[in-house]
Design a protein around this ligand. Structure first.
Ligand SMILES: NC(=O)c1ccc[n+]([C@@H]2O[C@H](COP(=O)([O-])OP(=O)(O)OC[C@H]3O[C@@H](n4cnc5c(N)ncnc54)[C@H](O)[C@@H]3O)[C@@H](O)[C@H]2O)c1
Length: 326
């Protein structure tokens, strides 16, 4: 099919809205479908927004027909790991069943290229770091299992319907747009960077550092923080290679991380150094299920997408601080 419009589900959310901006910058035709349960309509800017559910097959069919959709970027999902253990059905339903309804509707409408928001959590606690895509898939939560399941479902749609897909396994998305127009809403966020910002700017709640006795240089957990604009760019590149048909496999999974790990205390130090402000925090016990260290080997994404992360922790802190200070 000739290049057409990109349907972005969940495009009013955090990573989705940054990707919509990146797609608009690359002069793509884009349409967003978002229920606005978590996203914000303002975040999509001038791009057409349909407020609706991915499971509503009639709405999806109408969008595909009206906008000439050929490619889909699928962000819409729930993402709270803890909540997924307390309300598993909500996660199986939205992240898996509703995704199947979406895939069914878009493939029927003739869209055959699909980029999926997966997660490094599919690896659970990786046996070695940096982790590459050959590591065992070993989810440790319902949330992570929903991502691993959709990856497998996409492989089957490749076999049954010829759907071509790229699953991007994000590491820890963080930061905000450089023009300060969009960022991560800290009222709902559970991630470290927005919590650091909240503690620093509002003074409460104080940040808790969960666990200081891990086998890491400073005793705190290590994660791979990837700037949200770098993540957004990976989606643009994935759509490019899907459009070009250059990938050997019909379903491809790729790590999207920087390859560098930062500990919790290093993130706090960077925030204090860059902003000149104190981050009020206290030390707490380990949380069950937190792996000691995870960071990506991103060489496969580099090779197959020609994608390279441009930013590091300093830009993450700088852009997040600028956004949250507004
Ligand atoms: N934020 C991270 O660090 C991270 C890491 C790995 C993977 N992911 C995945 O990336 C995707 C986007 O994450 P985010 O941080 O931008 O989350 P987000 O909550 O900001 O965005 C998700 C958007 O999807 C919408 N949505 C949810 N269910 C929907 C439905 N059934 N129909 C229509 N819209 C629906 C929400 O309203 C929201 O705007 C998710 O799939 C998440 O699991 C995020």
């Amino acid at each position: 099919m000739a290049a057409g419009t990109v349907l972005v589900t969940g495009g009013a959310g955090y990573i989705g809205s940054h990707t919509v901006q990146a797609l608009a910058r690359s002069a793509r035709s884009v349409v967003v479908l978002d229920s606005l349960e978590y996203g914000r309509a303002e975040a999509v800017g001038d791009v057409p927004l349909v407020v609706g559910d991915i499971a509503d097959e009639a709405v999806v069919a109408d969008i595909c027909r009206d906008h000439g959709v050929t490619q889909v970027v699928h962000f819409a999902a729930y993402k709270a790991v803890g909540e997924s253990m307390e309300q598993p059905t909500r996660y199986w339903q939205n992240n898996v069943a509703n995704t199947v309804a979406l895939i069914d509707a878009v493939t029927r409408a003739g869209a055959d290229q699909f980029v999926f928001s997966s997660s490094c959590s599919v690896y659970g606690t990786p046996p070695t770091v940096p982790v590459d895509e050959s590591a065992p898939i070993a989810p440790e939560s319902v949330y992570a299992e929903t991502k691993a399941t959709v990856e497998r479902i996409l492989s089957w749609y490749a076999a049954t319907d010829g759907l071509r897909s790229v699953s991007l396994r994000y590491f820890n998305a963080a930061g905000a747009s450089f023009d300060r127009s969009i960022g991560e809403d800290w009222t709902v966020a559970l991630n470290l960077v927005p919590l650091v910002m909240k503690s620093m700017i509002l003074g409460e709640p104080r940040l808790t550092v969960y666990g200081t006795d891990y086998d890491t240089p400073d005793g705190t957990c290590i994660r791979d923080y990837i700037h949200v604009d770098d993540l957004a760019e990976a989606h643009v590149k994935a759509l490019d290679v899907l459009g070009a048909g250059t990938l050997a496999d019909r379903a491809t999974a790729l790590n999207v991380g920087t390859g560098t790990g930062s500990s919790v205390l290093e993130v706090i130090d960077a925030a204090e150094r860059i902003t000149g402000r104190d981050v009020p925090y206290e030390l707490g016990p380990r949380r069950p299920g937190d792996p000691t260290a995870t960071f990506a080997d991103p060489s496969r994404a580099r090779a197959l997408l020609g994608w390279e992360p441009r930013y590091g922790l300093d830009e993450i802190i700088r852009t997040a601080y600028a956004w949250h200070s507004r």
